[in-house]
Every structure is written in C-alpha cells, then in structure tokens.
Design a protein around this ligand. Structure first.
Ligand code: ATP
Length: 236
C-alpha cells in the first residue's frame, strides 16, 4: 500500500530524515516509535503532502505521491490525524466532521457522517456542541472521525494518546482495532510503545532521522534496545 524509499527531508540546513525506507502493507497496522525529535511527525507530514522531500520517494499503491499536493493525496485515500488533534474549536462537532468529508459528494459525505456518529456515540450526543468545549479524549475521537469522513484507505495517526487519561487511551486503542477490522491500513506514531506494539503487526524505530530497528511487533517487544528505551521502567 505505502512504500517509502530512501527519503531525505530537510528544514533548511537541518536534515530531519536521512535515507528512511519503510513499507506498510494493505490491512496492516504499522507503528513508528522514536524519541522526541526523531522525525516521526516529519515523516507523517511528508506522506500527507504537507512537506516536500529533498530526495527519495513515497509511493501509494505503486504511484509516486512525493511531489503531489495534500489535497490530491487525500483524494487518493490518505487521511492524517495530526498530532495535537487540531480540531476547529469554534465550529461544532458536526461542522468539523463535515469539513473532513469535503472531497466527497454530499450524499456520500452524509453516509460517512452517519457511520462516524455510529462509531462514536459521544460525538453524536454532542454534534451541536462547539469542538473547543469537548474533553481531550472527545477531541481526539473527533479528529479521528474527521479523518474517517474521507473514507481513507490509509490512515496516518500521529500520537493519538498524547495527554489523555489511561481509560480514554484504552477507548482510543479499541477504536483503532475497529478501524482495522473495517479493512483500513494504519500507520501509527505513538509514544505509548507498549500499547502500540500490542496493537500493531509490525513496527519501526526512528532515531535522529534514521530507521534504527524494524520488525514484527513481537520481535520489537522482545528486543533489548526497545525494552530499555521504550518499554522499561525508565522508558520515555
Ligand atoms: P515529537 O515526538 O517531539 O513530535 P518527532 O519525532 O515527531 O518529535 P519531528 O517533529 O519530526 O520529530 O522533528 C524532527 C527534527 O526536525 C527535530 O530535530 C526538529 O527540531 C526538526 N524540526 C521539526 N520541525 C521543524 C521546522 N519547522 N523547522 C526546523 N526544524 C524542524
């Protein structure tokens, strides 16, 4: 589904990604682990067309998308749930969702809205409420729901559990399982490595812009480096 090949991304002189290659197969959940500043968000933003790579390629089902605009990439079936949720605080829940469906004809967007509200009953109860007045967990659900409105084939999730209480994090991960069961492919950036590896099929570890480790979720869970840095008592 997604093939990233020898990707270099720079901010001026700062080289944020150096020769990154990774693959996400159809129907998989792949997680990307890494410390703060490793380049995870940069990678997500490059896939979704918000950043242009200096060199290397991003292919979606074999087709290069590395130099396409963000709007064209959404239309090809890639939606991103950004870090920090970024809901529109002064719009209602329903209006935020409607914006997520802007690439689709009105009748299809309405059908998606029904599906999303069925998936998140709390959003249905609050559909007329301003998004800025929702709790953090509800805003995360709204950000996921907004991305689902475009009926993506590939969902990019950047730190969905950040700053949320454990009970809410469990809800979010349950939702991600449902999303996988619906046949979507997911690339998940997550600081909660334990939960991410329990959910994912495979994973990659990014360290200062390079892939340092990759493997099945089980292999990564058993890796002493992953254990020490991301799963142990002193892990991030
Ligand atoms: P975090 O978990 O803290 O979000 P991350 O792994 O997502 O970290 P990135 O945000 O991708 O990391 O940042 C990768 C590197 O690029 C860092 O060294 C960061 O300082 C740098 N960087 C990110 N955005 C910019 C920018 N707009 N201008 C200059 N440098 C940037």
């Amino acid at each position: 589904m997604l093939d990233i090949d020898d990707l270099d991304v720079r901010y001026g002189h700062i080289q944020a990604l150096k020769g990154v290659s990774l693959t996400v197969n159809e129907g998989e959940i792949v997680t990307l682990l890494g410390a703060n500043g490793a380049g995870k968000t940069t990678l997500m933003r490059t896939i979704s067309g918000l950043l242009r790579p200096h060199s290397g390629d991003v292919r979606l089902r074999g087709r290069s998308i590395a130099r396409m605009g963000a709007d064209a990439i959404v239309r090809l079936g890639v939606s991103q749930v950004p870090e920090g949720r970024r809901v529109f605080p002064t719009l209602t829940v329903a209006e935020n969702l409607a914006l997520g469906g802007y690439t689709r004809p009105a009748s299809e967007a309405q059908a998606s809205m029904r599906d999303v509200l069925r998936m998140f009953p709390r959003l249905e109860e609050r559909s007329a409420q301003l998004a800025g007045t929702l709790s953090g967990g509800e805003q995360q659900m709204l950000a996921i729901g907004r991305a689902l409105m475009a009926r993506p084939k590939l969902l990019l999730l950047d730190e969905p559990s950040l700053g949320l209480a454990p009970i809410i994090v469990r809800d979010i991960f349950r939702t991600l399982r449902d999303i996988r069961e619906q046949g979507m492919t997911v690339l998940l950036v997550e600081q909660n490595a334990r939960m991410a590896l329990r959910l994912a099929d495979r994973g990659y570890v990014l360290e200062t812009g390079r892939i340092a480790l990759e493997g099945t979720a089980q292999e990564l869970m058993a890796s002493p480096e992953v254990h020490a840095t991301y799963l142990g008592k002193n892990a991030a």
